[in-house]
Design a protein around this ligand. Structure first.
Ligand code: SF4
Ligand code: SF4
Length: 397
């Protein structure tokens, strides 16, 4: 195993154990099988285990496995505050204490505000006194490092990053999402501030393995490197010095061992020109199935009516490559849940954006198409309810 440093110089294994996808038996977690997988990773040097309040049964299973093997003090636990459920200072303590109890521990090594998508959510938390609360927990040793996990757009990521003295952050990042969400711009901005970055969805939930088009799989299989699609995805990340830990949701010994092997010999700066060319070719083959040829460059922005043009197109493209559920999920997270609405339906067809698009895209027509596909009635209803809930007023602390 190789290690990179956290903000305070402590070593973190570059492979982190994602605890959201533990093996299941019947309706619950298969604790004995999961124990074998966790111990295998632990013996190979994995020291970062990432769970969350809302992953069903995950905190309790991780706590039980670490306790019964006496290894709690030899690993780092990362878990997350369900910030979207917090409306008062009392709720902060309630969730945190419940998490400590489930995890059978007196401290969380890396604690995250879960699933921020907009600076407004962080402001709401500050409004209920979260910064004082964090300071108290850190002083008491109950929280060692504080961070946030993020799914909104790049602009909001940068605002949240700059608004507080974070110890680390967690972003979705992979070779297909290099300009989506926080993106490479967010990754580099965090690193420039000395903030370690934990990567989630390094393989887009397995889609850069299972849902690769056949021609992309063939291009990888024929390459002299002999790497599997998973290895290509992970090695592309490890090649970047700004990446600290890459999470993988492992639920088989084979998966643990393949990922450990990759994390043992991948290194920064080892990708060659032909390696990058292969990744570009695979992206091209994936994007050939996309709905609109938007590269996410952002030259069309800002739109005077607040439309997130690349954000809408990104979700529309996921519809072509990964299907409706993935596209709607992406749309709700990155476009639907920003404080200032950014829907394609806000477009007044002024044409300003089209004058700046290097791809010469018929942006106005494509936005209309995207809006129809991304916002059927059920999605509109879900977004409306979530927005009501997430941007509700809270009493000043
Ligand atoms: S055409 Fe629509 S999307 Fe483009 S700048 Fe005008 S309002 Fe915004
Ligand atoms: S300028 Fe064109 S290619 Fe670039 S983000 Fe806007 S629509 Fe996409």
């Amino acid at each position: 195993m190789q290690y990179r440093k956290d903000k305070h110089g402590e070593p973190l294994s570059i492979l982190g154990y994602g605890c959201m996808r533990f093996s299941h038996k019947g309706a619950g977690i298969d604790i004995d099988k999961t124990e074998q997988e966790i111990l295998d990773a632990f013996r190979a040097g994995v020291n970062y285990f990432d769970t969350a309040y809302i992953y069903p049964g995950s905190e309790a299973a991780l706590g039980e496995i670490l306790a019964r093997n006496g290894i709690r003090d030899r690993v780092n636990i990362a878990t997350k505050l369900p910030q979207y459920m917090v409306g008062s200072r009392a709720a902060l303590d309630k969730f945190f204490n419940e998490e400590l109890s489930r995890l059978r521990t007196d401290r969380v090594d890396y604690y995250l505000m879960h699933h921020l998508t907009d600076i407004a959510q962080w402001e709401r938390l500050k409004n209920v006194g979260v910064t004082d609360w964090i300071a108290e927990k850190k002083a008491a040793g109950a929280i060692r490092n504080i961070g946030f996990s993020y799914h909104g757009n790049t602009a909001n990521f940068l605002k949240i990053l700059e608004d507080y003295d974070w110890d680390f952050c967690q972003i979705q990042y992979n070779y297909l999402d290099d300009t989506a969400q926080a993106g490479v711009a967010g990754l580099k901005a965090a690193a420039a501030r000395g903030i370690p970055v934990v990567i989630m969805e390094p393989l887009r939930g397995g889609k850069l393995v299972n849902l690769l088009p056949e021609d992309a799989k063939k291009a990888m299989a024929q390459n002299a490197r002999g790497w599997t699609p998973a290895q290509w995805g992970l090695r592309w990340l490890y090649d970047q010095p700004e990446v600290t830990v890459v999470l993988s949701g492992m639920n088989s010994l084979e998966m643990v061992r393949e990922n450990v092997a990759t994390a043992s010999d991948a290194a920064v700066g080892t990708f060659t020109e032909p390696d990058f060319a292969l990744i570009e070719e695979v992206k091209r083959l994936i994007r050939a199935r996309e709905k609109v040829g938007c590269t996410g460059c952002g030259y069309c922005m800002p739109c005077p009516k607040g439309v997130d043009i690349p954000g809408n197109f990104r979700s529309y493209n996921v519809l072509g490559t990964e299907g409706r559920t993935a596209a709607w999920m992406q749309f709700v997270q990155t476009v639907g849940l920003t404080r200032e609405p950014a829907f394609a339906s806000q477009c007044i067809r002024c044409g300003k954006c089209e004058r700046h698009c290097p791809q010469g895209l018929p942006i106005r027509d494509k936005l209309r198409e995207a809006d129809r596909a991304l916002r059927p009635l059920p999605v509109r209803a879900v977004v409306w309810i979530l927005r009501k809930f997430m941007f509700r007023r809270t009493k000043k602390f």
